[in-house]
Design a protein around this ligand. Sequence first.
Ligand SMILES: C[S@@+](CC[C@H](N)C(=O)[O-])C[C@H]1O[C@@H](n2cnc3c(N)ncnc32)[C@H](O)[C@@H]1O
Length: 201
Amino acid sequence: MMSTQDRMFPATAMPDREWWHALWPDPDKVVSALRIGQGIMVVDLGCGDGYFTAAIARQVGAGHVVGVDLDPVMLEQAQAAYEGMSNCSWLLGDAMALSRLLDASADYVLIANTFHGVPDKTAMAQEIAKALKPNGRLAIVNWHPLPREQTTVFGHPRGPKTAMRMSTEQTRKVVEPAGFKLETQVELPPYHYGAVFIRTH
Ligand SMILES: C[S@@+](CC[C@H](N)C(=O)[O-])C[C@H]1O[C@@H](n2cnc3c(N)ncnc32)[C@H](O)[C@@H]1O
């Protein structure tokens, strides 16, 4: 049986809050750019300390967001920071088993700053497809495939190794075979993009 450590995707540790919040000063704007609508059921997969999950909760209103992470320390931090939010819940588990963790199908799955480290990306997308309603959406937020030394925050190179970074085209090639079609790509300056896919089958 695989341990939690073995199931953790490589190069996906939660960054230090100081530079992370400087890089992403307005998570609500990101959620709007990704066209996460009101009243829907969203999964924030690999939610870390819940920074984007909380922004999604503010956006969905009468809907609901579930933050999923394999690291119990991250989920404890998220729970403590956002305990007043009634439309937000937290699930401890492996993203590769998402459909078995959820009670109900989702309208939208966000995977932010995590997909680059997933060993079998098409299998991940297949598992997300199983967890989504027909015509549900999957948004993948990735670092642009820029050299790491160019993506600096507070004067230091940040983010995954250059070799792990993916273009939208590379992302499309591994996600679409799982039953998705790229719907739109949005810029998330300075170093990221969001690729939004719709489930087709
Ligand atoms: C780089 S952090 C990104 C957190 C958040 N999405 C954000 O952008 O602020 C990646 C997160 O993915 C989680 N993670 C890694 N492997 C996972 C897995 N197999 N299942 C669920 N979560 C996982 C890590 O624990 C970490 O909290």
